[in-house]
Design a protein around this ligand. Structure first.
Ligand code: BDR
Ligand code: CA
Length: 327
């Protein structure tokens, strides 16, 4: 049985790895990809998505999203993902054009015409989805749930309490978290436990293909860049965090994860806390639980799932061009 999904992303190094995982999983029927301004500008994330899809031989509509967060100026993560958004790796020129639909129109039409409720996988800021819900709240009825990488119950990576995807567009996250759509939140609580260690990287290197060389390049850039910023703590030096892959991994193998249902609100303005997901574990606020907050992952099985995906991805690439250059 296939699961109809839409992926909204800001590629972004871990975003392309999450896309790779999604492409190889037969359970997923990817109906559309929309891009966010986040890790880099909209121009760059939209280009990177098409370029990675071309490399992976995937023919899926890619629709460009909004250029800026709803009410604040865009802050990109060039310190972690590089000037291009994909470190030093240059994938081939895209071999197909951007959709002539905007992300908002494409999301609206794809969701409303779907025969079954859609699972939305979101691995970037929530600007497009927030704007979609403001413009067309009726889409809620045909969204099964949103699998979102972002937020944290404890500790942030952009400030003491805020995670990047929520921090970049807290107002959009606020709209989404108040929408009533079921949300599964892969926040830093779980994504910091979903990492590759040195042994895992060696297993990937040992596969010995053009793709694995490229992935190791990307992960090395991401790891090195992250240790030079305050973005992650120092054990990132050897551990590669697979943040965005959790949002895809949960949809295909939810039994690898554990979490709790909680009420979660977004702090949109706090001087110290802007972009924080306030997770009411203590049930001290009089609100219904709106989010399934993941806190644990079976790391070994999760890593195996990713490594199997890398092996299987070769089949996708074989049919098309797989030439990758380095800066
Ligand atoms: C999130 O921020 C981005 O830089 C990553 O792609 C991921 O979506 C982690 O906080
Ligand atoms: Ca991302």
């Amino acid at each position: 049985m296939s699961i109809p999904v839409i992926i909204d992303c800001d590629p972004g190094i871990d975003d392309v790895m999450a896309l790779l995982l999604a492409f190889v999983r037969p359970e997923l029927d990817i109906r559309l990809i929309t891009t966010e301004a986040g890790n880099q500008t909209q121009d760059k994330t939209a280009y990177n998505a098409r370029s990675f899809l071309s490399y992976m031989n995937q023919e899926i509509e890619v629709a460009r999203g909004l250029e800026q967060p709803l009410f604040v100026n865009l802050e990109v993560a060039d310190d972690v993902h590089g000037e291009s958004g994909l470190g030093d790796v240059i994938f081939p020129e895209p071999n197909f054009a951007e959709s002539d639909r905007t992300a908002i129109n494409a999301l609206y039409e794809t969701i409303m015409t779907s025969d079954e409720p859609i699972v939305l996988i979101a691995t970037g800021p929530l600007t497009n989805i927030g704007a979609l819900l403001l413009a067309h709240p009726e889409v809620k009825e045909n969204i099964r749930y949103i699998s979102f990488m972002g937020g944290a119950a404890v500790g942030g990576n952009m400030s003491p309490t805020a995670e990047f995807n929520v921090y970049v567009d807290p107002h959009a996250a606020d709209v989404v978290f108040r929408s009533g759509i079921p949300i599964v939140m892969s926040g830093l609580d779980v994504t910091h436990k979903a990492f590759l260690d040195e042994q895992d990287l060696k297993r990937i290197e040992a596969i010995g293909t053009d793709l694995t060389t490229t992935l190791v390049e990307l992960m090395t850039f991401y790891t090195k860049a992250a240790t030079q910023t305050a973005f992650h703590e120092e054990n990132f030096a050897t551990n590669v965090r697979l943040h965005d892959l959790c949002a895809v991994g949960y949809v295909v193998e939810p039994e690898l994860f554990q979490g709790d249902d909680c009420y979660v609100a977004i702090e949109t303005q706090g001087e110290l806390t802007k972009g924080t997901t306030v997770v009411d574990y203590a049930q001290s606020l009089p609100h219904a639980k709106n989010v399934h907050v993941l806190h644990t992952v079976n790391r070994e099985k999760f890593v195996d799932m990713f490594i199997d995906a890398i092996k299987n991805a070769e089949q996708l690439i074989k049919g098309g061009h797989s030439h990758v250059e380095k800066n």
